[in-house]
Design a protein around this ligand. Structure first.
Ligand code: URA
Length: 211
């Protein structure tokens, strides 16, 4: 594990831990505030991201930016990363071995940024971080505690492009993120770490504990 993002990005350069290195143009490390309170985790870079080396800069990213604006989230204040840092060919889902090979890097990013809430964008992020048995339809818009980290899953922004009706869910989930963050900050770190149930009691948040 390394202690800062620049060092980590340097360490990852030229990574060949999985087969995605053979087809990528750029490693898409992650962007945003190094001390972000909110971190977003997507699936993996698409064609635009692969070309530009930055997450969520294509159509789905533009839609995400619009939703951010609607609820008052500034892209430069949050941190954005993906389950895999290299583009899966033809935008297929990352395979298990690819996600596993990249997970150390993501874990290290989380350790450095120390976000108060992690937003899981879509099913791939949810399944790789919370567990294979979790489905995005049932899990989105819920607060999940795992190993003392607070997660809120929501739709992947690309899903909003295919189904307009999901936009309102997405906005509502972002509002939930802001309200939970507000409560966490009000309650303070001491109370925050006492664990899910006490925290639920103190804050009136209904969260689900998983280990
Ligand atoms: N989709 C993702 O999951 N991540 C990106 O960075 C872009 C599109």
């Amino acid at each position: 594990m390394v202690e800062n993002l620049d060092e980590l990005e340097e360490k990852i350069k030229g990574c060949n831990r999985c087969k995605l290195c053979k087809t990528r143009q750029n490693i898409v490390f992650g962007v945003g505030n190094k001390n972000a309170k909110i971190m977003f985790i997507g699936e993996g870079p698409g064609a635009d991201e692969d070309r530009l080396g930055e997450p969520f800069v294509g159509k789905a990213g533009k839609l995400m930016d619009m939703a951010f604006e609607a609820v008052g989230i500034k892209r430069q204040e949050v941190y954005i990363a993906n389950i895999v840092k290299c583009r899966p060919p033809a935008n297929r889902n990352p395979e298990d071995d690819e996600a596993a090979a990249c997970m150390d890097y993501l874990r290290n990013q989380v350790m450095i940024v120390k976000p108060k809430i992690i937003v899981l964008l879509g099913s791939v992020a949810l399944k790789n971080i919370i567990g294979k048995d979790y489905g995005i339809t049932a899990s989105r818009g819920k607060v999940i505690e795992k190993k003392q980290i607070t997660y809120i899953p929501t739709w992947h922004p690309a899903a909003l492009l295919r189904d307009e009706t999901k936009k309102i869910d997405f906005i509502n989930d972002l509002k939930l993120v802001l309200s939970v963050l507000n409560k966490i900050e009000k309650c303070g770190f001491e109370a925050y770490i006492v664990g899910g149930y006490v925290r639920d009691y103190l804050l009136g948040i209904k969260s689900y504990d998983i280990d």
